[in-house]
Structure formats: C-alpha cells, structure tokens
Design a protein around this ligand. Structure first.
Ligand SMILES: NC(=O)c1ccc[n+]([C@@H]2O[C@H](COP(=O)([O-])OP(=O)(O)OC[C@H]3O[C@@H](n4cnc5c(N)ncnc54)[C@H](OP(=O)(O)O)[C@@H]3O)[C@@H](O)[C@H]2O)c1
Length: 228
C-alpha cells in the first residue's frame, strides 16, 4: 500500500520503519522537512535523533504539510494531540477526502506537568472531533493505548493482550485490522469497540496507562481483557 504518515516523532518513525520493512511505500509529512532532517537531539523514547533515524530510512519520502500531495491508500495520524486538527487542516481537506485515516494521537495536555490531563473527554473525543472536522474522511482510532514499540512488535509483551479499534466505516476498520494482523497482532486480540464514539473510551484509558507507566517505571506493558 501507499501510506502517508503525518508525524515524525517516535510513533511516526517506528511505524514508518516497520511498514517500510513490510514492503509498503511510505511518505512522511512534517511542518518543515529541512528542519526535521536536521534534528540531531535524541528522541527521549528511542534515544535516536531524527537525523540518524533518517540516515537508515532514506527511501522514505519526507514532505511538508502545506505542499504535500497525498496519494495514499492509508493515512496515519501521529501528531501531538493538541496539533492534530491543525496539522490535518494544513495538509488540507482535498488531500483527506475519501481516505482512511488511522488516528493514533491522544488528547494529552502536559501544560500542568505530569501526569497529563485530557483536553477533551467524557462526552467527546479527539477522534470524534477529527471525524466532525473532516466528515468525508474515514477515521479509525487504534493503537493509541500502548507504547510505540509495542504497536509494531506485540511480542515485546508476552502472552495475549489487546489492541482496540473504533470507527464508523466497516471497510476502513477492516483495512486497519488487516494491517494490524500483518504487523503481528493476532485476530483474536483485536477488539472492535464500535463506532468512532467509542474512541472516548480508549482515549480515556490514557490516565491509567500513564499511571501504570509511572508505577512500573517502564512503558512495556499492555491491557489484556479477560472474558468468561
Ligand atoms: N509515544 C508513544 O509511545 C505514543 C503511544 C501512543 C500514542 N501516542 C500519541 O501519538 C502521537 C505522536 O506521539 P510521538 O511521541 O510520536 O510524538 P509527539 O512529540 O507527540 O508529536 C510529534 C509530531 O507532532 C507534530 N507537531 C508538534 N507540534 C506541532 C504544531 N504546533 N503544529 C503541527 N504539528 C506539530 C510534530 O511535527 P514536526 O514533524 O513538524 O515536528 C511531529 O510530527 C501523540 O498524539 C501521542 O499522544 C504516542
């Protein structure tokens, strides 16, 4: 597939490397490609700078929000949550119309320090906000409830554990489920929670996820739903 990833942080990089390895054609989108390519500060999660990461991933195209021409079967949104809607507006409605958009971003507000709060919650979610702003785009929320490295390597945590999927369009969700299986997620561990409204539930898992990370001192864990 042709996949455009909006976002160059650890989530964008990790998914880009994995999906590139699986044979997909990847384009990454950023505010300013030259500025992004020249970043030498190590990412706090991966310990690797964008410049060094890009040296090993040179076949991935890097384009700007405002000038990109999105010709993709799938768009992945991996921007800072409070920038997600603006980033999409800069990419432009025309680039998004009719496309499947996998939203991984979380509505985290770090302005008060750790732990972050949610800037949208209860009776709304970031995924729903995106779906309302871009009604002709098929938004699917998934992978937002786990660490970036686990997204592309479920075996990082032993045993069964789950990935949750929300979205209004059945075909768009099928595409995402197939992608998840191709990455290594077992079909039985992919839970379809229903329409995009159900993204409220997964975004609101973030406070407990952050608290568990603080307690464990590691992000290498996941939620496992045990049923009778
Ligand atoms: N890190 C994880 O393990 C993890 C796990 C689950 C979900 N998430 C969610 O995934 C998303 C990405 O996380 P991340 O850790 O990879 O990176 P991040 O630091 O949260 O976001 C980096 C991206 O946000 C863009 N951005 C930042 N400020 C912006 C602004 N003012 N306007 C437009 N774009 C802006 C950056 O654009 P440039 O490319 O131009 O710099 C960059 O592409 C977040 O919403 C996060 O909550 C993260």
């Amino acid at each position: 597939m042709k996949i455009t990833i909006i976002g160059t942080g650890v989530v964008g990089q990790t998914l880009a490397s994995k999906l590139n390895e699986l044979g997909h054609e990847i384009t990454m989108v950023t505010r300013n490609p030259e500025v992004t390519k020249s970043r030498t500060e190590p990412n706090p999660m991966s310990g690797v700078s964008f410049a060094d990461w890009y040296k090993d991933n040179k076949n991935i195209k890097l384009e700007a929000y405002t000038t990109c021409n999105v010709d993709a079967d799938l768009i992945i949104l991996a921007t800072k949550g409070d920038s997600s809607v603006n980033a999409l507006k800069e990419v432009g409605k025309n680039n998004l119309t009719g496309k499947v958009l996998l939203d991984i971003s979380n509505p985290l507000d770090f302005s008060g320090g750790m732990p972050p709060t949610l800037f949208i919650s209860n009776d709304d979610s970031l995924a729903e906000l995106i779906q309302r702003e871009f009604p002709l785009t098929k938004v699917v929320k998934s992978l937002n409830t786990m660490n970036a490295f686990l997204m592309v390597n479920p075996d990082l945590v032993p045993g069964d554990h789950n990935v949750l999927v929300s979205g209004n369009d059945a075909d768009a969700k099928s595409l995402i489920k197939e992608l998840l299986e191709s990455i290594g997620w077992k079909q039985k561990n992919i839970i379809d929670l229903g329409d995009i409204r159900s993204a409220r539930a997964t975004e609101q898992l973030l406070p407990i996820w952050v608290q568990l990370m603080i307690v464990f001192g590691s992000p290498e864990f996941n939620f496992h739903i045990v049923r009778k």
